[in-house]
Design a protein around this ligand. Structure first.
Ligand SMILES: *Cc1c(COP(=O)(O)O)cnc(C)c1O
Length: 324
């Protein structure tokens, strides 16, 4: 496979259109008042699987040859990519096995099983589960669909950037959560091809930010995976990375890290003020605007709310603790 291009993002948008939602951009009164600039929330949490991961997974599965589809797919995931693969696989009649580590929340494992995919919990962290996934793919002659370092996945995620450009041509800052970088890479590819001046800000958690540390050191570094509210952002970039590290390195303008407290504040603000259910990772752009409003240097800012797959009791407890 070759390096993804803006043309690949445009092709992906056509290919996946029947399977995904063109999500709304909701103006945020609270964050616009807080920052002094116009803030819009891109509600990817409204995708049928509760996250943008459906875009990349759909593009990847639709790009397989018929014999590959017949043999089935394997993946490893922090949860949302697995759920997305399971959902598309069910629609296309493709067998799917999803490998997950013990750190993946139970809600995410259950949602994958509900879609009829095989969910295998294997290993203490992503790296261990991923090893098992690759072994399984080899043994069963199945295609491994990488959660981010795959040109079809990157191009699929980029389609949400095209929607932002179409709905809000005056956008000048886009804030996205950053983990493996499939999302930031794809969105930046799509947006900067049309509007090179748009600033792309990536946001990760302080607990194990593999991509942020790798960017800082100019080479891929490994981190210890720790429990975090932003569980969808955990895991390594991977020493065998081919696409997302160079793409993110070349296209990102700024990267910020958040504490668990700040992520919690973002989730609670989303729920109580915006009336939005967001998981920790999905609330990080909003959390960043709350804690560092000065980073919104522009006039029109989009915060991508990437997912809603949160354990409800966790979210409600955070909200109760913080409600006067
Ligand atoms: C996967 C995921 C991200 C990060 O995407 P990458 O392509 O790995 O950088 C952000 N938010 C949510 C909810 C996710 O599931």
């Amino acid at each position: 496979m070759s390096v993804p291009t803006p043309a690949d993002v445009a092709a992906a948008a056509e290919r996946i259109r029947p399977y995904i939602c063109h999500t709304p951009l909701k103006p945020s009164r609270s964050l616009s008042a807080h920052t002094g600039v116009r803030v819009f929330l891109k509600l990817e949490s409204m995708q049928p699987t509760g996250s943008f991961k459906l875009r990349g997974a759909t593009n990847a599965l639709l790009s397989l040859a018929p014999d590959e589809q017949a043999r089935g797919v394997v993946t490893c995931s922090s949860g949302n990519h697995g759920r997305a693969v399971a959902y598309v696989a069910q629609q296309l009649g493709v067998p799917a096995a999803i490998f997950l580590s013990e750190l993946v929340p139970q809600v995410k494992v259950a949602a994958i099983r509900e879609l009829g995919a095989e969910a295998v919990v294997a290993g203490a962290d992503f790296a261990q589960a991923d090893l098992a996934a690759h072994r399984f793919a080899e043994e069963h002659g199945r295609v491994y669909v990488h959660p981010y370092d795959d040109p079809h996945v990157i191009a699929g995620q980029g389609t949400l950037g095209l929607e932002i450009l179409a709905d809000l041509p005056e956008v000048d800052v886009v804030i996205v959560p950053l983990s493996g970088g499939g999302l930031l890479g794809g969105v930046a590819l799509a947006i900067k091809a049309a509007k090179p001046g748009v600033r792309m800000i990536g946001v990760s958690m302080e607990r194990g930010p593999s991509m942020a540390l790798s960017l800082e050191q100019g080479r891929i570094v490994s981190v210890v995976e720790e429990p975090t509210l932003a569980d969808a952002l955990s895991g390594d970039v991977g020493f065998d990375n081919r696409y997302t590290f160079p793409l993110v390195r070349d296209l990102i303008d700024d990267v910020a890290l958040l504490s668990e407290e700040e992520i919690a504040a973002g989730m609670v603000h989303a729920l109580l003020t915006e009336r939005l259910v967001l998981e920790g990772a999905g609330a990080t752009p909003l959390a960043l605007l709350l804690s560092r409003p000065e980073l919104a240097q522009g006039r029109t800012v989009v915060a991508v709310c990437t997912g809603d797959n949160v354990t409800m009791s966790v979210l409600l407890e955070l909200a109760t603790r913080r409600t006067p």
